[in-house]
Design a binder for this molecule. Sequence first.
Ligand code: EZ4
Ligand code: CO
Length: 408
Amino acid sequence: MKITAADVIVTSPDRNFVTLKITTDEGITGLGDGTLNGRELAVAAYLTEHVVPLLLDRDPMTIEDTWQFLYRAAYWRRGPITMTAIAAVDMALWDIKAKAAGMPLYQLLGGASRSGIRTYGHASGMDLPSLFDSIREHQEKGYTAIRVQTAIPGLRAVYGVAAQATEGARYDYEPARRGALPTEEDWDTPSYLRHLPGVFEAVRNEFGPELTLLHDGHHRMTPNQAAQLGKSLEPYDLFWLEDCTPAENQQALRRVRSQTTTPLAIGEIFNTVWDYQTLITEQLIDYVRSAVTHTGGITPMKKLLDFAAQYQIKSGIHGPTDISPVGMAAAMHLDLAIHNFGIQEYMQHGALTDEVFQQSYTFTDGYLHPGEKPGLGVEIDEEAAAKFPYERAYLPYNRLLDGTVHDW
Ligand code: EZ4
Ligand code: CO
């Protein structure tokens, strides 16, 4: 088999997505997700200008060799643009191989290790009544695990809180906004550290001990602040505290880990196994949060998760709406196959996205399943995609009360 075409499809139903479609001389096609929120066209250009010419005439069955070739031959290694572009190729090749085998991809990854993929959704509120409503809405949709984000008194707009959107649709569905410039949010860590434990106490009192609760710190704390927060949340039995410190400094987690038993998850902005080397070998985290789309695809994610498994660290694959249905399907096939599955983030895409991407995955009683169609199980309607041209969109950013730019 030979690759005869590779096309980059940029579309913006509900939000921007970059999709690589690889076509073979035997008529089998494969799809890969190359969406990097707020920097989509950089990946599209990397693919179109630098990767597509290398793919033509290659054997699509040589997935490992193609991955190593794209990673090593570029000379310039790692980074989100490169690793997202390589991920798009890797997913598309796995899609082709599984279609050629006539099997859903999870069968090629070792077969199902469980009957369904447990998910968590995102609840948020300006105050306790609106937060409780949001949690109940998620329970009604079937979720048994819920991420809780809340407004902070005195702050105008905080990451992950729906009703604080100054413009555009529900914030918890899409932090990136279409518009000329990024939205500015504000932040004050001491106010947050004072406010958050009371919110979790109220949620526990209202919903009882069995509801699984998570929280995302979005890289905003120092190691000592994160240690304080982890300790103060211990009575509320979190499934995980996510991204408590900025991701670049792996050693920072030693301080947090030694001070609290609150489980720690990290990695949605990581893009290689090297970003986890200290975290995994020193067992400083409990969950790996990488996205298949931003970490070079299914091939390196399987290796990363197998490495983590040796240290009793589980998966918590990133699954916000900025991962396309193709990238979500790739995550689901891995989730079903690996032994050390933890939980899958699942926010659900909008109706326009579902019109462009035809999916075979299902969501029942809080569990996803990738379905039984050969390959990834997702196809793209290119005519529908063409109706939604790219629109520039930026993620927001964050300033402290004195105006200093802070981690977002
Ligand atoms: O901010 O996907 O856990 N999920 C998150 C996400 C990220 C966005 C960035 O594109 O933190 O909401
Ligand atoms: Co996060």
